[in-house]
Design a protein around this ligand. Structure first.
Ligand SMILES: Cc1cc2nc3c(=O)[nH]c(=O)nc-3n(C[C@H](O)[C@H](O)[C@H](O)COP(=O)(O)OP(=O)(O)OC[C@H]3O[C@@H](n4cnc5c(N)ncnc54)[C@H](O)[C@@H]3O)c2cc1C
Length: 433
């Protein structure tokens, strides 16, 4: 009897979850291949919502999706574990052992065999090797880190609400004014407003948020300057101190030091500058990688050195016609995932993986919590259309709606959206425990 083909996907994020679901339904359920998803976490939280997890606006008890449960219903298997290496000669992925909270080994290091491998392990914030960043900053790269920020913020607010001197403020710096830093700054203001409604003696005038950006404008990757200007104006109006053309040279327990010799005192620093793929990708399986550790791929998402290994999403360096790389975005990760699923299906039929990826920029929207939403739609059509307010907010949430529909199908995905909407009405607007 012929052995079943093994398709292994490492990383169940925006891209990995969609490819596992598509291949599970198409091949796994029909017994045409064994599809396995590996992730170091137990459950999936859609990364663009992490800033809401970090402020308590989103309760992962309600919004997280168990990999194991989803796998059972969608024709794929799930293995928990962190990939540490790839043995290309034996076509195996190597996973680190899993430890319990007391440091005892729950599962030993394991090897998982593959015929086709998809690397989809995303990215982390780039510290640019600036002294003190790793030691004194918090990051928003994973659900655990978002939860850590949430508990640090709540503890600070609680302590402050009971002991504060009137002339003191809670000083939080956010470094990096891309979408993550901008949205996080607004979301923190909103969280403090909400907390006052829960009996905390605190309001957003006691919060001093400084948003620091090295570029001469915030949202430097957003093409339209009007969007940056509109967002900067709104942030300033809600009380965020926006500093552009400011480079950080060092972070200490007291706060930030700039290259111009300025000091910015901070009780907490959230670091959200740029992205890079995890460092170990540079060293595994002798795959070709670029200066930010992304694995180099061809336009069909096959890695340049191994046709049986694909890379998608933030950890992939996919070339564009103009010589630039496809930007690390939720929308590019899902577009790559769906196309790569088709290419792997073609290879299983002994056909060439001929679909080539062209990034279709559907637009960039920035959501400043309850305060404002603004952005550019259909950027691929001659510059796109500028949108604001409720329409922009509706489109902003549509990327997540599409993700839910991809994972659950139209009927269940739509029901889930209603359920999440109802849950937001009946539960407190902030998760406080
Ligand atoms: C706060 C925030 C807001 C954002 N907003 C937007 C937005 O509005 N629009 C947009 O287009 N993009 C947005 N992004 C960017 C978007 O989230 C990413 O581009 C997208 O999630 C990338 O998808 P991915 O599948 O490559 O990686 P991810 O979604 O990051 O998934 C990676 C997965 O790999 C797993 N993993 C990591 N390392 C290992 C390992 N060694 N072994 C096993 N598993 C591993 C992780 O647990 C994770 O599940 C935002 C990002 C952030 C942080």
């Amino acid at each position: 009897m012929q052995e079943m083909v093994n398709i292994v996907i490492v990383g169940g994020g925006a891209g990995g979850m969609e490819i596992a679901t598509k291949l599970g339904r198409k091949l796994g359920k029909k017994g045409k291949a064994r599809v396995t998803l590996i992730d170091c976490a137990e459950s999936h939280v859609w990364k663009p919502l992490l800033h809401e997890v970090a402020t308590g606006a989103l309760d992962i008890g309600i919004d997280a999706l168990s990999y194991r449960g989803h796998a059972a219903n969608h024709g794929y298997h799930f293995q928990q574990g962190a990939m540490t290496n790839i043995d290309r000669d034996n076509k195996q992925v190597i996973l680190a052992p899993i430890m319990d909270d007391s440091g005892e080994e729950l599962l030993p290091a394991r090897r998982i065999s593959y015929d086709y491998l998809v690397i989809a392990i995303g990215s982390i914030a780039n510290d640019f090797k600036i002294p003190g960043v790793r030691e004194h900053c918090v990051f928003l790269d994973s659900t655990e880190q978002a939860m850590q920020i949430r508990s640090m913020l709540l503890n600070k607010f609680m302590r402050y609400a009971s002991h504060h001197q009137l002339d003191e403020k809670i000083k939080i710096s956010v470094v990096g004014a891309g979408a993550t830093g901008v949205e996080m700054s607004a979301e923190m203001h909103h969280a403090v407003d909400q907390l006052s409604g829960f009996g905390y003696k605190i309001d957003s005038s006691l919060l001093e948020i400084t948003l620091v950006e090295a570029d001469e404008r915030i949202l430097p990757k957003v093409e339209k300057r009007e969007i940056s200007d509109s967002v900067a104006k709104e942030l300033t109006a809600i009380g965020v101190n926006v500093l552009t053309s400011t480079r950080i040279s060092e972070v200490t327990p007291e706060g930030l030091h700039t290259t111009e010799g300025q000091q910015i005192p901070a009780d907490m620093v959230i670091w959200s500058t740029g992205v890079k793929a995890p460092d170990f990708l540079n060293e595994i399986g002798e795959l070709e990688s670029n200066h930010i550790n992304q694995v180099m791929v061809k336009k069909n998402m096959q890695t340049t050195r191994d046709p049986h290994i694909f890379a998608i999403g933030d950890c992939a360096a996919c070339p564009q016609e103009d010589g630039s790389w496809v930007p690390p975005r939720g929308q590019s990760a899902r577009q790559m995932a769906l196309m790569t699923a088709d290419n792997i299906s073609l290879m299983l039929e002994d056909k060439s993986p001929s679909h080539e990826y062209v990034y279709k920029d559907l637009g960039s929207l920035v959501n400043l919590s309850k305060f404002h939403t603004v952005g550019n739609l259909m950027s691929f059509m001659g510059g796109g259309v500028l949108v604001e307010g409720k329409i922009a907010r509706f489109v902003y949430t549509s990327l997540y709606r599409r993700h839910l529909i991809e994972l659950h199908g139209v009927f269940k995905g739509t029901l889930l959206m209603f359920a999440k909407g109802i849950s937001r009405i009946i539960h407190p607007h902030l998760k406080l425990h």
